[in-house]
Design a protein around this ligand. Structure first.
Ligand code: GCO
Ligand code: MN
Ligand code: MN
Length: 389
């Protein structure tokens, strides 16, 4: 029998070149793995069974590359894609690594830096579209401050908005079939990053000129870093029709940005996330924005990548079991039981409903004393996740 947790193209598992390509360099230590070329990384991803590969402009084309070098790199990359069948669903711009972006890109205080960021992003959009990307991610890692003496946050947002409006017009003008997905993060590398949570991003999007083409790219680790419930952020985005992309990984709250293998730490949260994505029928990429532990060689990087996908598929199977589990479903039914006596108050607002509802006598005692059986329900979930059910 074939392995039921083997990734298939329809699962839409993608990785960034920067994820499996991470050399393990960190704040305190040197690289622990040699760096592989984009072509080598495409082959590595094909070997582990990924569906797609995403990149920042400079993961593929170095910052200082000439036009001829760029064209050669892109042509080699296209050949690797064709040879492996991998696709490029998403692309993005590196607006954080180069020292020119030390004070941000779209929100930098230096007007020239802001315009350079637009130029670089337009080129990155052209590159992404050339390789087939349909989603363009914006992660403003440097858009923020260490000190509020340095930048008015309201002005920062205005600059951010102006940049996104300009770039939306660019995409429309070029007739590109491309949507934007904004990714929030509370801090790291800046002391405070503007628009720190997915909820903040969703509010901001409504203020944009072309808000219809802009959604979010929530990341598990980023919401956890802010001490928030990732599933709730994802659910809000979904409910607003704004879940254009998702960054899956794992993170221990209150720590530095860890980017761990998906599902390796917060198993229950990851389970409910996968269950949600599968239940609602999310059709976008399942993108892993994570890194292998710094202890690994490239065999370990493959273990890491396989592990992300395997855990997702195991949790997907657990979600199907949860939905088919008679006891769990009966419990959910009982918890949500409705005798229909309130339906008169549903539907459109009317003065009659108001007066009826205002005078209705509720059985406060019975309602407040009712046990909700959530302990049982949660333990059944834990039994299921721990494999004894
Ligand atoms: C991070 C971010 C990035 C972005 C990437 C794509 O914490 O470094 O998650 O990995 O997702 O830049 O925009
Ligand atoms: Mn991240
Ligand atoms: Mn990310």
């Amino acid at each position: 029998m074939s392995d039921p947790y083997e990734p298939q193209p329809e699962h839409k598992f993608t990785f960034g070149l920067w994820t499996v390509g991470s050399t393990g360099r960190d704040q305190f230590g040197l690289p622990v793995r040699e760096s592989l070329s984009p072509v080598q990384l495409v082959h590595l991803l094909a070997e582990v069974g990924a569906y797609g590969v995403n990149f920042h402009d400079n993961d593929l084309v170095p910052f200082n590359a000439s036009k001829a070098e760029r064209d050669q790199i892109v042509s080699d990359f296209k050949k690797a894609l064709a040879a492996t069948g991998l696709v490029v669903p998403m692309a993005t711009t590196n607006l954080f690594n180069h020292s020119i972006f030390k004070d941000g890109a779209f929100t930098a205080n230096d007007h020239k830096v802001r315009k350079f960021a637009l130029q670089k992003t337009m080129q990155a959009i052209d590159l992404g579209v050339e390789l087939g990307a349909k989603v363009f991610v914006f992660w403003g890692g440097r858009e923020g401050v260490e000190s509020d003496a340095t930048k008015d946050p309201a002005l920062g947002l205005k600059r951010y908005r102006d940049a996104l409006n300009f770039l939306s017009d660019y995409v429309i003008d070029q007739c590109y079939d491309l949507k934007f997905a904004l990714e929030s993060k509370p801090n790291e590398p800046r002391g405070d990053i503007f628009l720190p949570t997915t909820g903040a991003m969703l509010g901001f999007i409504e203020t944009l000129d072309h808000s219809d083409m802009v959604g979010v790219n929530p990341e598990f680790a980023h919401e956890v870093m802010a001490g928030l419930n990732f599933l709730h952020a994802v659910a809000q985005a979904w409910e607003m029709g704004k879940l254009f992309h998702i960054d899956l990984n794992d993170q221990n709250v209150g720590r530095f940005d860890q980017d761990w293998r998906f599902g390796s730490y917060n198993i229950k949260q990851s389970f409910f996330l996968v269950k949600f994505l599968e239940d609602v029928g999310y059709t976008g990429s399942r993108h892993f924005d994570a890194h292998a532990y710094r202890t690994e060689d490239y065999e370990g990087v493959k273990d890491f990548a396989r592990g992300c996908m395997r855990t997702y598929l195991i949790l997907k199977e657990k979600a199907a079991r949860f939905n088919a589990d008679q006891e769990i479903q009966e419990l959910l039914k009982a918890i949500n039981a409705d005798d229909g006596s309130m339906s008169d108050f549903d539907g459109e607002y009317s003065p009659e409903k108001v007066s009826k509802l205002k005078s209705h006598q509720f059985d406060i005692q019975t309602l407040s004393q009712r046990g909700l059986m959530y302990e049982r329900l949660d333990q059944l979930t834990i039994d299921l996740l721990l494999g004894v059910r």
